[in-house]
Design a protein around this ligand. Structure first.
Ligand code: MG
Length: 398
């Protein structure tokens, strides 16, 4: 993921310095830069600035992320500035299939959640823009200001930024619209006239563009509510949670495997694999958190490969699946419901085993044993387990 932040606008109505208006202690343009830098996997952000402003912008870059920021000079029109940003990203070695967000620095109210929504959509391969519905009636008027005709607003939406496509797609679309002499007012127009389907995600009412003097007051009010001055750390550690449940009935003649441990002398559990409901609940919780499927579809009971399988190996494979999807286990909380065996005497051993299989520190795993007070199947006929897993987005590969 890469981004171009357009901060080279002439600011015809508000004056060129509108991007330097302080909003809760940060210049307006820094709000957008910080929100872009917080998108998981964001490798580079090019800030396109007016000629001669290098020193001023360089001094105001966030120190901890300055190595991910590039400053380049923009051109006369927006399309020239975006093209300059794309050229700089290509020169920095970014491939054409890299997802790219283009954001207008005059929209400091765009939240991190909006950036993520657009980033998630473009990562799936869609050119995408955020849009908001129009609430006012729309009229077409003539040059004297008289109403000519009403316009049906049902099919109309207002386009915002960030707008996104792959680096190569957007470069080609901008080159083509330039060749045809069309002045693309935004990236979506260039993409659409280049024949690329542009999808939409919900925009935000607070993602206002600073256009007229006084707009900064409305945006400051938006930021005061939405963006308690540093929303970056919360987003940088993007996390999701998942839940898992499993239960297996007792089956005589089988050895009990529970939480990845063997319990000699205990009657085991039925099941296609080794029948360990605790690890199965953990696997389902992890897969669910990452949106990476579920244990039933990944290890189907009618597949002979999993007959008697070690559930520990299945858990390790699930963790690899998470890694492929860009997630890593962060914490696990597991509850085992069984009248026997008692979990407490082997709790630490089980925690260490599960933490090892998940590749996390043992203080991030909790295991609790309980009973159902003799009630229901977990009171006599089997063992049940519940797990909650939290996963974190992996750091971007540099
Ligand atoms: Mg199971």
């Amino acid at each position: 993921m890469v981004a171009v932040l357009v901060a080279a606008g002439a600011g015809r109505r508000m004056g060129a310095d509108k991007l330097w208006i302080e909003l809760h202690g940060r210049p307006a343009w820094r709000w957008s830069l910080d929100a872009l830098l917080a998108v998981p996997g964001m490798q580079r952000v090019v800030v396109v600035i007016p000629a001669g402003a290098e020193e001023r912008f360089a001094a105001a870059l966030p120190a901890e992320a300055a190595d991910r920021c590039l400053l380049v000079n923009g051109g006369a029109e927006r399309v020239d500035s975006v093209t300059a940003g794309i050229t700089a990203l290509t020169a920095a070695g970014m491939p054409d299939d890299m997802p790219l967000l283009v954001h207008d620095a005059a929209r400091p109210g765009a939240s991190s959640a909006l950036m993520l929504r657009v980033a998630d959509a473009v990562a799936l391969g869609h050119a995408v823009i955020p849009v908001v519905p129009l609430h006012d009636s729309i009229k077409r008027v003539d040059t004297t200001g008289r109403v000519i005709a009403p316009v049906d607003r049902e099919s109309l939406m207002a386009a915002q930024t960030p707008q996104a496509a792959t680096l190569g797609e957007l470069r080609a679309a901008l080159e083509e619209s330039r060749a045809w002499g069309r002045a693309a007012t935004d990236e979506a127009s260039a993409l659409a006239s280049g024949g690329i389907t542009v999808h939409t995600v919900p925009g935000e009412a607070g993602n206002l563009k600073m256009t007229e003097p006084g707009d900064e007051l409305r945006i400051a009010a938006v930021l005061a509510v939405s963006g308690s001055p540093m929303s970056v750390p919360a987003v940088a550690s993007r996390q999701r949670a998942g839940i898992g449940f499993d239960a297996h009935r007792r089956e005589s003649g089988r050895a009990l495997v529970l939480g990845g441990l063997k319990f000699p002398g205990e009657e085991g559990l039925a099941g296609h694999s080794d029948g360990d409901p605790a690890l199965h609940a953990v696997i389902d919780a992890l897969l669910g958190a990452a949106g990476a499927g579920d244990i039933g579809s990944l290890y189907p009971p009618d597949d002979d490969r999993w007959r008697g399988a070690d559930s520990g190996a299945l858990l390790e494979e699930a963790v690899e699946r998470l890694a492929t999807a860009g997630w890593a286990p962060s914490s696990i909380d597991l509850v085992i419901v069984a009248p026997h065996p008692a979990v407490a005497p082997r709790r630490d051993e089980m925690i260490i085993r599960i933490a090892g299989l998940c590749g996390i520190a043992s203080d991030r795993v909790a295991v609790k044993g309980t009973t159902s007070d003799g009630l229901g199947f977990a009171g006599s006929e089997g063992i049940a387990a519940y797990a909650i897993a939290v996963v974190s987005a992996k750091a971007p590969a540099e």
